[in-house]
Ligand binder design. Structure first.
Ligand code: PMP
Length: 434
């Protein structure tokens, strides 16, 4: 009986049936039963504005996506060793959105699978093992990616990097040595990529790859200074490494001015990985690379993926691209993102807890600090604010190495009016005497 399943009972059952490492959001979570656009609904019909879910890119239960998925489920679902039109159509649509020479697609099922494959391609093609990663990055949950994700191997329970993992300095202008006021911050942070490349080359193990999120997500919405990736890629490539752009968080128009995050840095990567928004919540992801690299990866060993690129996934992926184009969601992200940034800057002027507001289109982070001079992170405050915001029907959550950055990355169905509502409620919560 559905009514027996109260939120308390669901939570209690989760606690018994799942491992504690599989955390849920909130101390007192609501039970979700529905979604529409940028809104989620609990069992009592109460609405929650979803300010943190970039997976539901074109909106929860988007009618075009739901229709495409159900129609295809009724018609045919099978694996990609069979021939069907949807996969060809989708590969054409997806690659049309990428700059030359990115033209060959691997369709997979999660962002982790995409990054794992990207690293494997780079290692196979270069015949090397070592990989450069940006300090604080998160690239996924596989064994390889756990040892390649500083966010995990240096975080709670972490057991350190794989021997082939090498960190480069995080280009963090709020906390790092080169700040927002330094016009050469991009070059200065990229100099560390050159240093690591040189170090590895000198010891006879030049890197197979340099992997970087196009903006850092789990590290706390960190945007690179101008010129950073261009210089980092140049340093890596000069040593024969391939450059992987992880677009799992920021791709598909969220930045507003560009469709892919790497475009904002003026680079064309060798391999691009995509996930989260690509399927609007359906488990699909992709790796896109060049014909040359794809051919070099073809050692005779087969690559097969049971679910990747199945007809239902391709129908959904195509519907997502249609929706982004026909609803003008990229331009919408630029305009709505501007409203969010303006309102949050204004809040930062009145609430000392806000140390930094970072934004690119509809991807934002609000970094909370106990004191502005010392920048001591405020993780307990971030968690409490998230809980209080949830009680007010607004969903945000902390992220970042210190868990003190509120992640703001709503579905693109989020409107300027939603932005006003969210920031008004945040203002009220920040003003409370808690
Ligand atoms: N890359 C980045 C930048 C991510 O943020 C994530 C997920 N948070 C992943 C990869 C892994 O994606 P998934 O959870 O779909 O495996």
């Amino acid at each position: 009986n559905a009514t027996d399943w109260t939120a308390d009972k669901v939570l209690a059952t989760r606690n018994v049936r799942f491992a504690r490492s599989q955390r849920s959001y909130y101390d007192r979570p609501m039970q979700l039963v529905g979604g529409r656009g940028a809104w989620l609904y609990d069992e009592f019909g109460r609405g929650y504005l979803d300010v943190m879910n970039n997976v539901s890119h074109v909106g929860h239960t988007n009618p075009r996506v739901v229709e495409a998925a159900t129609a295809q489920l009724r018609q045919l679902n099978t694996n990609s060793r069979f021939l069907y039109r949807g996969i060809a159509e989708y590969a054409e649509r997806l690659t049309a959105l990428l700059p030359d020479p990115l033209e060959v697609v691997f369709l997979v099922c999660s962002g982790s699978e995409a990054n794992d494959l990207a690293v494997r391609i780079a290692r196979t093609v270069t015949g090397r093992s070592d990989v450069l990663v940006v300090d604080g990055a998160y690239h996924g949950n596989t064994s390889v990616l756990t040892g390649l994700s500083p966010n995990r191997y240096k975080g709670p329970g972490g057991t350190g990097p794989d021997p082939t993992t090498h960190e480069v300095q995080q280009p963090n202008r709020y906390r790092g040595p080169f700040g927002y006021d330094d016009p050469d911050a991009g070059s200065k942070y990229a100099a560390d990529v050159q240093r690591q490349v040189d170090r590895l080359s000198q010891r006879g193990t030049p890197p197979a790859a340099f992997i970087a999120e196009s903006a850092m997500g789990t590290a706390g919405s960190i945007f690179y200074p101008d010129g950073y990736l261009a210089k980092a890629h140049a340093a890596a490539r000069a040593a024969g490494a391939l450059c992987i752009a992880d677009e799992v968080q920021v791709g598909f128009g969220r930045f507003g001015d560009v469709f892919w995050g790497f475009e904002s840095q003026g680079v064309v990567p060798d391999i691009v990985t995509m996930g989260k928004p690509i399927g609007n919540g359906h488990p699909m992801a992709a790796v896109v690379t060049t014909r040359e690299i794809a051919d070099a990866f073809d050692t005779g060993m087969r690559y097969f993926n049971t679910f990747g690129g199945n007809p239902v996934s391709c129908a959904i992926g195509t519907a997502v691209l249609d929706e982004i184009a026909e609803q003008g969601l990229q331009a919408h992200a630029a305009g709505t993102g501007r409203v969010l940034k303006d309102r949050l800057d204004e809040l930062a002027g009145r609430h000392a807890l806000i140390g930094d507001v970072r934004a690119h289109g509809m991807y934002l982070g609000i970094e909370l600090v106990r004191d502005r001079a010392g920048k001591e992170p405020a993780p307990q405050e971030a968690l409490l604010i998230s809980e209080l915001m949830k009680d007010e029907g607004m969903l945000v959550y902390p992220t970042g190495a210190a868990e003190n950055v509120l992640k703001i990355k709503p579905p693109l169905a989020f409107t300027p009016a939603d932005a006003e509502l969210f920031t008004e409620v945040l203002d009220e919560v920040l003003t409370r005497d808690w």
